[in-house]
Write a protein that binds this ligand. Structure first.
Ligand code: PMP
Length: 428
């Protein structure tokens, strides 16, 4: 049993010594002291079904035994040296990760967070093309470094500081709220307008999530990505897929989210699920693009350190051996159909969307006006927590449930989640 400081003591420590810009999820904060696969345990030993996976980070399960064993083994053998010496772990890991990529995406940079990965991707795009304007999407999220904060398209994450430069935010191709519905071509025309009206005509590139995560599991309108990739390349740019949330089989139907859209990016960024909780992230690109930064040294002290590499390799093995992607597809489609059925019952549910275990449920006060039901979501969210399910939330208006559990979740867990949601909504 847990024997550390009480919840009240931890709250006091946090208030005094940690950032005042931190937030907690529930009215009464939940304290988590243990995790096992798809479940979390609080300081009193109470179990919760984790439907948010540490914000889409725990991919194969909390403390998965094989990942723990790989990290433990490496931890006592060699923790760290940096890439000034050779080590097999980072080299073998780079090959194993590159083997998961299609086409010519074969050069890997290891870093420590999604923000760093996207910073690196921007640097590559600009160095390779010699241009600086970046096109990205409103409602997107790409990180908290000053550069990536500039890419974010939501006020929530904007600090009053200079952010990035040359970033142009295009209209979000949101099938539910966007003015053109699910017509990707019409939204792509906005990118053409943006390039013509706000840039020199030559751009460094385009970056987007393949399903928006923080923005509320928004799937980009049909045909949008192929059209925009073509357009951006015609204007000298490269295309970046931010797979920080959608990668590693989470969408079920593909290992990488961009494969669902039928596009082939030039640069792919990944974090979160890559390490199942370890501070690990990566950028993968082509040898040609990578060559653009080879005139000088590029260095990252912890990127790809032996412990994280050993853990990342174990994550790839587990995904393969346990059929994690197939499970995301099977449980995800069961969950999606049960949530669609729930939508028939509760008018509060305006939209149900997503793929695999990257799902969103948008709550509205009125299906015609689509007025965000933010307070109602907060209430359902609290009640679900009290019944043992920790949900995610997001979207520009905070009215979207984000359901992105560890991908080892079972059909029974999915049924439990929907039954709990049904009960919480029925008693609202
Ligand atoms: N890209 C996406 C799509 C993300 O969801 C996040 C984190 N929420 C990031 C980048 C930034 O990752 P990190 O917090 O590890 O810097």
């Amino acid at each position: 049993p847990y024997t550390g400081p009480s919840k009240e003591e931890v709250i006091a420590l946090r208030k005094k010594y940690l950032s005042p810009a931190m937030f907690w999820h529930f009215r009464e904060p939940v304290m988590i002291t243990e995790g096992k696969m798809q479940y979390l345990f609080d300081e009193k030993g109470r179990r919760y079904l984790d439907a948010f996976a540490g914000i889409v980070t725990v991919s194969v399960g909390h403390c998965h035994p094989e990942v723990v064993a790989a990290v433990d083994r490496q931890n006592s053998l060699l923790q760290h040296t940096t890439t000034i010496y050779l080590n097999n772990e980072i080299a073998e890991y780079a090959k194993e990760l590159a083997d998961k990529m299609p086409g010519d995406l074969k050069v890997v940079y290891f870093v420590n967070s999604g923000s760093e990965a996207n910073d690196m991707a921007l640097m590559l795009a600009r160095a390779y093309t010699g241009n600086y304007d970046m096109i990205t999407l409103r409602n997107g999220y790409h990180g908290m470094s000053p550069e990536t904060m500039g890419l974010c398209g939501q006020h929530t994450w904007k600090q009053p500081i200079p952010q990035g430069f040359g970033v142009r935010h295009a209209m979000n191709p949101d099938p539910y709220r966007g003015p053109f519905g699910n017509d990707g071509q019409k939204y792509a025309a906005d990118v053409a307008d943006l390039i013509a009206g706000a840039t020199s005509g030559q751009v460094a590139g385009f970056i987007a999530e393949t399903i928006q995560g923080v923005g509320g599991a928004v799937q980009l309108a049909d045909g949008y990505l192929p059209a925009v990739h073509k357009l951006v390349r015609e204007h000298g740019g490269v295309c970046i897929a931010d797979e920080v949330q959608t990668g590693f089989g989470r969408t079920g139907s593909a290992f990488w989210g961009f494969q669902n859209a039928g596009v082939m990016p030039d640069i792919v960024t990944m974090a979160k699920g890559i390490g199942n909780g370890l501070p690990l992230a990566a950028v993968v690109t082509t040898p040609e693009i990578a060559a653009s930064l080879a005139k000088r040294i590029h260095f990252n002290t912890f990127g790809g350190n032996p412990v994280c590499s050993a853990g990342g390799r174990a994550v790839l093995r587990v995904i393969e051996r346990e059929g994690i992607q197939q499970n995301a597809a099977a449980v995800g489609s069961h969950l999606l159909s049960r949530l669609r059925a729930l939508q028939q019952k509760h008018d509060l549910i305006g939209d149900v969307r997503g793929r695999g275990l990257m799902l969103g449920l948008e709550l509205v006060k009125d299906r015609a006006t689509k007025a965000p039901a933010t307070a109602e979501l907060g209430e359902v969210f609290e009640r679900m927590k009290d019944m043992g399910v920790l949900m995610g939330k997001g979207g520009l208006y905070g009215n979207v449930f984000r359901i992105k559990p560890p991908m080892c979740i079972t059909r029974q867990d999915a049924d439990f989640l929907v039954d709990v949601m049904d009960h919480a909504m029925s008693t609202l």
